[in-house]
Design a protein around this ligand. Sequence first.
Ligand SMILES: *[C@@H]1O[C@H](CO)[C@@H](O)[C@H](O)[C@H]1NC(C)=O
Ligand SMILES: *[C@@H]1O[C@H](CO)[C@@H](O)[C@H](O)[C@H]1NC(C)=O
Ligand SMILES: *[C@@H]1O[C@H](CO)[C@@H](O)[C@H](O)[C@H]1NC(C)=O
Ligand SMILES: *[C@@H]1O[C@H](CO)[C@@H](O)[C@H](O)[C@H]1NC(C)=O
Ligand SMILES: *[C@@H]1O[C@H](CO)[C@@H](O)[C@H](O)[C@H]1NC(C)=O
Ligand SMILES: *[C@@H]1O[C@H](CO)[C@@H](O)[C@H](O)[C@H]1NC(C)=O
Ligand SMILES: [Fe+2]
Length: 467
Amino acid sequence: MPISIKLGIAGRLFTAALACLTLAATVPTGRLGSTGYLFIQSTSGGSTVRVHSHTRVRPRARNIHLSFGDNETSVVVTWSTRNDTQSQVQLMSVQPPNATEKLYNGSSTIFVDSGTKKATQYVHRVTLPDLGWGGLFKYRCGSQATGWSDWFEFRTPKRGFSPRLAMFGDMGMVNAQSLPRLMQDASAGMYDAILHVGDFAYDMQEQDGATGDQFMQMIQPIAARLPYMTCVGNHEFMYNFSHYKNRFTMPKGFGGDGESMFYSFDLGPAHIIGISTEFYFFVEYGVDQLKSQYDWLQADLERASKNRAARPWIIIMGHRPMYCSNDDGDDCTFGALFMREGFLARWYPLEPLLQKYGVDLALWAHEHTYERMWPVTRLEVRNGSWRSRTRSPAALCTSSLGRLVVESVTTPSGRRCTILRSAAPTMATPDADLQLHPPQPGAGQRRSAGSNHRPDHHCAAQHGPFP
Ligand SMILES: *[C@@H]1O[C@H](CO)[C@@H](O)[C@H](O)[C@H]1NC(C)=O
Ligand SMILES: *[C@@H]1O[C@H](CO)[C@@H](O)[C@H](O)[C@H]1NC(C)=O
Ligand SMILES: *[C@@H]1O[C@H](CO)[C@@H](O)[C@H](O)[C@H]1NC(C)=O
Ligand SMILES: *[C@@H]1O[C@H](CO)[C@@H](O)[C@H](O)[C@H]1NC(C)=O
Ligand SMILES: *[C@@H]1O[C@H](CO)[C@@H](O)[C@H](O)[C@H]1NC(C)=O
Ligand SMILES: *[C@@H]1O[C@H](CO)[C@@H](O)[C@H](O)[C@H]1NC(C)=O
Ligand SMILES: [Fe+2]
């Protein structure tokens, strides 16, 4: 949920003013330094969660999850232990069958929560490189010396596959209404990967980090079997996003910051980019991060746009939307401007970049609603992607569970083209407190699932030429 309105705006203006004072001297490579925490998180609504601590000493691996390595047939296993143990994964091929277990070594980093207890854990990462297409594997993690986790199964995609992705944001611990449906769909084999577009546990650092541990344990049944791809949200802001940076392992193959804040990866016909929209808002952690993300994004888009023949779709995901229509006196009325036109409506604007390189689809969350839009540029609505030769991204903003399929189909006119089809929410009861407001002028076409929970389907086709 957005931060509480009065404090949010006051906090932002204060931050903006502070940043203004130092920006002239520091842009483009300066740093604001630590100014403490100006942002107070909302305790209203159902979004703030208090969970009682059940902290136990577990010698065994916990918080086990997968992510893609530097390519689609490589997988990274990440987990955590309280004690400093070795980082090993045992892997067996189920299909094609192979009774020989293979041992992979990795490494761990120590992660100390910044709360009063200084709770310490070790985060282990083991890469399973180049596993081949269309395999079914089982693995367990831990170490030979200190014992193993349970076995978990996962698949590598088939060559030429059409990725089927579950996407959502803003899950939280107590109000995680998507979770049962997600588990059901995941075990029915409906997905190749998960995209969690920011805001995880509300908040991971609470109870000296125990809330984060409990959240990671809660998603383990899914995340230990499917690559769980993420980007950061405002609820991860504490301690310079340290819980997010330490707990997740996003690919580094195309560069990025190496800390999962911004990165990209190729998946079937798509190039998928994850960014931190939060750099535009929590500038007390350093405005230089805006520049490094922007420069990297430009270079990544430049490269990806030359690779359209192999990966025709470019998809970006970030937590806060560039456009949204909630009359919330907060992000849709104030924050989205920073996203489109840059910090203080000036520095490192994202919209011109997305337009220049013809990014096809933008996935956002944060609003606790569902809406999608025709391509929009500078507040001007473009026609649907079928007819108009637009290069603006269409946008999908959802906090509740949606399903995204990137596949090739034959259109009614007989033309073969790549289709990106999405539907959300697929679930009976969205996490979102669905709000229905009339769309603001120029905000694009809005489809809200409303309280009838009917799934919303849409397709997008694309048109070149691309730069
Ligand atoms: C974990 O480490 C603590 C302190 O370093 C030690 O007392 C404890 O015995 C260790 N536990 C295991 C299972 O190794
Ligand atoms: C795929 O990624 C892994 C690491 O994630 C790397 O070790 C391997 O060399 C890569 N393979 C190719 C063919 O790029
Ligand atoms: C089976 O495992 C062995 C040892 O790790 C490996 O050399 C071999 O390539 C594997 N075979 C298959 C079919 O995966
Ligand atoms: C993994 O580490 C263990 C213990 O340090 C070592 O015995 C083994 O040879 C290593 N295996 C690989 C594949 O590097
Ligand atoms: C926050 O983290 C980033 C990346 O790790 C670093 O560059 C930046 O200096 C940090 N900010 C503060 C205020 O410590
Ligand atoms: C959208 O389509 C309508 C009719 O098909 C056309 O009149 C209008 O000019 C188009 N607008 C844009 C922005 O392309
Ligand atoms: Fe959020």
